[in-house]
Design a binder for this molecule. Structure first.
Ligand code: 4NP
Length: 154
């Protein structure tokens, strides 16, 4: 199974989701069975490591994002991944625009798919430290639900 997380810049929300899911998959003994990646709809930060605030907040909870580098989502991703999970409605709309007609990937809104109280992971980029904690809180809970789905599909 192959899962791609998508946000705007690929330096805050989707790298967090990638790091958290990788960690939870390792804990569940499923790391070898699921391919995980993240990408941005925008290209401003391509090649960069995740935002320092994102890395620090993640590190405090035991998630290592240091090996990640930002990339932009491309048409090939719709054939390479089974499940493409967008962090907000804007990202999802952009993904639907990019998506080739013969794509077999399932596109969805990450939090809505797992029925959290919010539909969107709020963009923390222009806010304070608490925004990065909120991203982690939401992503951790949604990843727990995603792991349950993955176990059911494998
Ligand atoms: P992300 O956050 O989409 O969660 O990676 C952002 C990163 C950069 C920008 C906006 C959001 N930006 O405007 O550069």
């Amino acid at each position: 199974m192959r899962v791609l997380f998508v946000c705007l810049g690929n330096i805050c929300r989707s790298p967090t989701a990638e790091g958290v899911l990788r960690h939870k998959l390792r804990e569940a003994g499923l790391a070898e069975r699921v391919w995980v990646d993240s990408a941005g709809t925008g290209d401003w930060h391509v090649g960069k490591a995740p935002d320092a605030r994102t890395r620090v907040a993640a590190q405090r909870r035991g998630y290592d994002l240091s090996q990640q580098r930002a990339r932009q989502v491309g048409r090939g991703d719709f054939g390479d991944f089974d499940l493409i999970l967008a962090m907000d409605e804007n990202n999802l709309a952009n993904l639907r625009r990019l998506c080739p007609g013969d794509s077999t990937a399932k596109l969805d809104l990450f939090l809505r798919r797992y029925q959290l109280e919010l539909d969107e992971v709020p963009d923390p980029y222009y806010g304070g430290e608490e925004g990065f904690e909120q991203v982690l809180d939401l992503v951790e809970r949604a990843c727990d639900a995603l792991i349950v789905e993955i176990k059911g599909r494998l």
